[in-house]
Design a protein around this ligand. Structure first.
Ligand code: PLP
Length: 497
C-alpha cells in the first residue's frame, strides 16, 4: 500500500510515511485507497483476540511489515495494559455501550496507538536503511505527551521532546509528564495554549534550517502526533474490535450498523472511525463531540472552518483545540481527493484562520457525521447523573461525549425519520486522570490536591486506582523548564547536545 500527500503529488511506502511523519509542504500522508474488509473476514476475526485483530488490520495498510512481527509487537504493547482486554466494551443499563480505551500505561486512549509506534518506526528505519538516530517531537494537550514518553523512554537511538501548554493540562497530566524516567526524554512547558505548541512543532518540521541543524547532529526528525499515519491507523482497530465484540456478545447481528460517539480534539480518533467505515465496517453515524471550544460543531453545521474565536480552557483539556490537524485528511476526502484544493484551504487556514467547503462537500459530510458540543455545566451534570443512575464514573472527556450522545439519541427519538441504532461511546481517559474535576462533578466538592481527589473518587466509586496513577505520587519532578514558543528550537538544540 502506498501513501499520498493531502497537499501534493507525493507517493511513498508505509515505512517512509511513518518515519517521515509528515509530507512535504505540511501535507499529511493518507492511504492511496482504503483497503476493504469483507463480511467473511469479519466473521474470521471474531475468534481473534485484540492483538490478532489489530495485526490483521494493520497488515492491510502496512504490508511491508510481517504479520508475525506486528502481532508480537502489538501483544507486547497491550501486555502493559491492566486487565486481559485492552479495549473492553461495557454495557450500560440504558442500552448504551462504553468502549474503555484507558487501561494502558498512561490511562488515556493514546496508549492504544503509541504502544506500537516504536516498533513501526524501528522497523521502518531498518527497511529504509536509515542509520541516523531519530528525534521525535510531540506537541501535547496532555495525554499524547505522556503516552509518547512512556512508549519511547529508553528506546535505543531515539530522543523524544514533548511540549505542552503551561496552563493547558490537568495537574495530574503535568505530574505524569514531569516525573518521566529515561535519559532520552525532554519535557517542556510552553507559554501559550495547545495550538501554540502544535504550531511551534509544525514550524520546526517545515523549516529547512531546523531540519538541517538536526541532521547535522546526526538525527532524523519525526512526529508522534496523530499527524503521523503510524499513530492513526492503529486507532482504526478498536472500532472493528468493538463491533466484533458486539456481535460475539449477541448484542447485534453481523452487518447491522452501529453509531460511535467520540470526544474530539485534533480529530485523530474520530477520523480512525471514518477510516473503519470506509474499509467496510458497518458504521452508521459518527458523532463528533466537542467541548466549549466548538469549532468542529460549527464546521459540520456550516461548512466553514473558523479558528478565529476565543479559546476557552476547560475541564476536558485534551479537547481544547482550535486548529484540528486531522480534519485536513477528511477535507481531502470531501474534496474528492484534490491535493491542490486542500493545499489552498490549509494555506487559507494558516493565513486567515478560516476556510470553507463547497455546499455539496459539506452536505456529503453531514450525512455521515453528527456534531455537537457540551458546555462545562452539561459535562458536570452528565457525569453526575450517569453515576447516580448507573453507578458508572467517567472522566471529563468521556462526559462531553456522553452528553452529546444523549442529545443525539433525544433528537433521533423525536425525529421519526431517523433510525435508532446501537450507540458506542468511546471513553478516552480514566476518571483518575483529571481527579479534581471528576470529584467536583460527582460531589460538588473542590479539592486542591490531585491525590486527595483520587482517594475521594475511589472511596465513592470503588473503582480501582491504576498503578500508573499511584506510582507518580512519590516520584521526583525531573523537568521544570518553561519557554515562550519562539524558544522551542533552542531547547531542542540544547537537548541534542
Ligand atoms: C487526545 C484526547 C482526546 C481527543 O482526541 P483526538 O484524536 O485529538 O480528537 C479526547 N480525550 C482524551 C482523554 C484525549 O487524550
Amino acid at each position: 500500500m502506498y501513501f499520498v500527500s493531502t497537499r501534493g503529488e507525493e507517493k511513498v511506502t508505509a515505512p517512509e510515511a511513518i518515519v517521515r511523519g509528515m509530507a512535504n509542504g505540511g501535507g499529511l500522508f493518507v492511504p492511496e485507497k482504503f483497503p476493504q474488509v469483507t463480511g467473511e473476514e469479519l466473521e474470521e476475526m471474531l475468534s481473534f483476540d485484540y492483538p490478532e485483530r489489530a495485526a490483521y488490520l494493520l497488515g492491510k495498510y502496512f504490508d511491508e511489515y510481517e504479520r508475525e512481527g506486528l502481532t508480537a509487537a502489538l501483544r507486547a504493547a497491550y501486555s502493559k495494559f491492566e486487565g486481559d482486554d485492552p479495549a473492553p466494551l461495557v454495557r450500560m443499563d440504558n442500552g448504551m455501550y462504553i468502549l474503555e480505551l484507558f487501561h494502558g500505561p498512561t490511562c488515556a486512549f493514546k496508549d492504544m496507538a503509541l504502544g506500537v509506534l516504536p516498533y513501526l518506526l524501528r522497523e521502518g528505519c531498518s527497511f529504509l536503511g536509515i542509520r541516523e538516530k531519530v528525534l521525535i517531537l510531540a506537541a501535547t494537550s496532555g495525554d499524547t505527551g505522556k503516552a509518547a514518553l512512556e512508549a519511547f523512554a529508553g528506546e535505543e537511538g531515539v530522543k523524544i521532546a514533548v511540549f505542552y501548554p503551561e496552563d493547558g493540562v490537568s495537574k495530574m497530566q503535568k505530574l505524569q509528564m514531569s516525573t518521566q524516567d529515561g535519559e532520552n526524554v525532554d519535557v517542556v512547558a510552553v507559554r501559550g495554549n495547545f495550538d501554540d505548541c502544535q504550531n511551534g512543532v509544525k514550524k520546526i518540521f517545515r523549516s529547512e534550517k531546523c531540519n538541517a541543524a538536526i541532521k547535522e547532529k546526526g538525527y532524523l526528525l519525526t512526529s508522534a502526533n496523530s499527524i503521523n499515519i503510524g499513530r492513526l491507523i492503529p486507532q482504526v482497530c478498536y472500532y472493528f474490535s468493538a463491533y466484533l465484540d458486539l456481535v460475539s456478545a449477541n448484542q447485534i447481528k453481523m452487518g447491522e450498523k452501529v453509531d460511535f460517539c467520540v470526544p474530539t480534539g485534533n480529530f485523530g480518533n474520530i477520523l480512525a472511525g471514518y477510516y473503519a467505515k470506509r474499509m467496510g465496517l458497518p458504521v452508521g453515524t459518527l458523532l463528533c463531540a466537542s467541548n466549549k471550544n466548538n469549532v468542529l460543531s460549527d464546521f459540520f453545521r456550516t461548512g466553514k472552518y473558523d479558528s478565529k474565536r476565543p479559546f476557552y480552557p476547560t475541564m476536558s483539556p485534551s479537547m481544547d483545540i482550535l486548529i484540528s490537524s486531522n480534519l485536513e485528511r477528511l477535507v481531502f476526502e470531501a474534496s474528492g481527493r484534490d491535493p491542490s484544493l486542500t493545499a489552498e484551504r490549509m494555506k487559507m487556514l494558516s493565513t486567515t484562520g478560516r476556510y470553507a467547503l463547497r455546499s455539496e462537500e459539506i452536505s456529503a459530510l453531514q450525512s455521515q457525521f453528527y456534531a455537537s458540543f457540551a458546555s462545562e455545566d452539561d459535562t458536570v451534570e452528565c457525569i453526575y447523573e450517569f453515576f447516580e443512575e448507573y453507578g458508572y464514573p467517567m472522566d471529563t472527556h468521556t462526559g462531553v461525549a456522553m452528553d452529546v450522545a444523549q442529545k443525539y439519541l433525544q433528537k433521533v427519538e423525536e425525529d421519526t425519520m431517523s433510525e435508532k441504532r446501537p450507540m458506542v461511546v468511546l471513553s478516552t481517559a480514566s476518571p483518575y486522570k483529571c481527579p479534581q474535576d471528576v470529584l467536583y462533578a460527582l460531589t460538588g466538592n473542590d479539592v486542591k490536591d490531585s491525590f486527595k481527589g483520587v482517594k475521594r473518587i475511589h472511596l465513592l466509586t470503588a473503582m480501582k486506582v491504576p498503578e500508573a496513577i499511584k506510582s507518580v505520587r512519590y516520584k521526583p519532578i525531573r523537568f521544570k523548564t518553561t519557554l515562550s514558543p519562539d524558544k522551542m528550537f533552542d531547547e531542542i538544540k540544547k537537548f541534542l547536545g
